[in-house]
Design a protein around this ligand. Structure first.
Ligand SMILES: [Zn+2]
Length: 199
């Protein structure tokens, strides 16, 4: 089960037991895709919705059976109470680096689909370059190869702009579509891939 923070960013995947404990304690809510819309339910209303779903669409859900009730297992929960991230700090991850650089190679300045971009250490790691906002940029594969283990100056490459830590989080756009359950999973799993903190 995917866990989102308050700002709808995927932060980790958790098991059913842990997710229900968060829900029951009022620390999280269910985010459910219904007719292409994301609807939020607290635990009580999710139990009610579950009863309805149990009756009319039992095959669409996995079920958790307890002594007291049967409840549909939600696919996504969102933390409502606390954030794991300080609010002002933009998380250092692939998605946010690509967002900061506008999916442009920072050496040749051209736009690329994200699948054709990689992350490059401006000062190579072998030369003591660190994995930080100020030293990691988007680069296309050909610039990356051309640069190799050298500094931009040595490789006769110029940065499009000086890399910095962004001040604000890139806005998360939830693309609403006529999602099937698998499409909604796919969207959020991709989301998780982009949100994993880089080490
Ligand atoms: Zn390039």
């Amino acid at each position: 089960m995917l866990v989102l923070n308050k700002h709808y960013m995927a932060i980790h995947v958790t098991n059913v037991k842990r997710a229900f404990s968060l829900l029951a304690r009022g620390l999280a809510e269910v985010l459910h895709v219904e007719d292409g819309q994301y609807l939020n339910y607290d635990f009580e209303s999710w139990l009610e919705v579950s009863e309805f779903k149990r009756r009319f669409e039992p095959a669409d859900h996995d079920w958790l059976r307890t002594v007291r009730f049967e409840v549909a297992v939600p696919r996504i929960v969102r933390l409502t109470v606390y954030d794991r991230l300080p609010k002002q700090q933009v998380k250092f991850n692939r998605r946010n680096i690509y967002a900061r650089d506008g999916s442009r190679c920072q050496y040749c300045g051209r736009h690329f689909p994200t699948s054709e971009l990689s992350l490059d250490h401006v000062v190579p790691r072998s030369r003591g370059g660190r994995t930080t906002w100020e030293n990691v940029v988007c680069a296309c594969l050909s610039c990356n190869v051309k640069k190799g283990g050298r500094t931009p100056t040595e490789a006769h490459l110029t940065l499009v702009k000086e890399p910095r830590r962004p001040r604000r989080n890139p806005v998360i756009t939830l693309r609403l579509s006529s999602s099937t359950k698998y499409r909604s999973w796919k969207h959020f799993l991709e989301h998780a891939y982009w949100s994993v903190e880089l080490k």
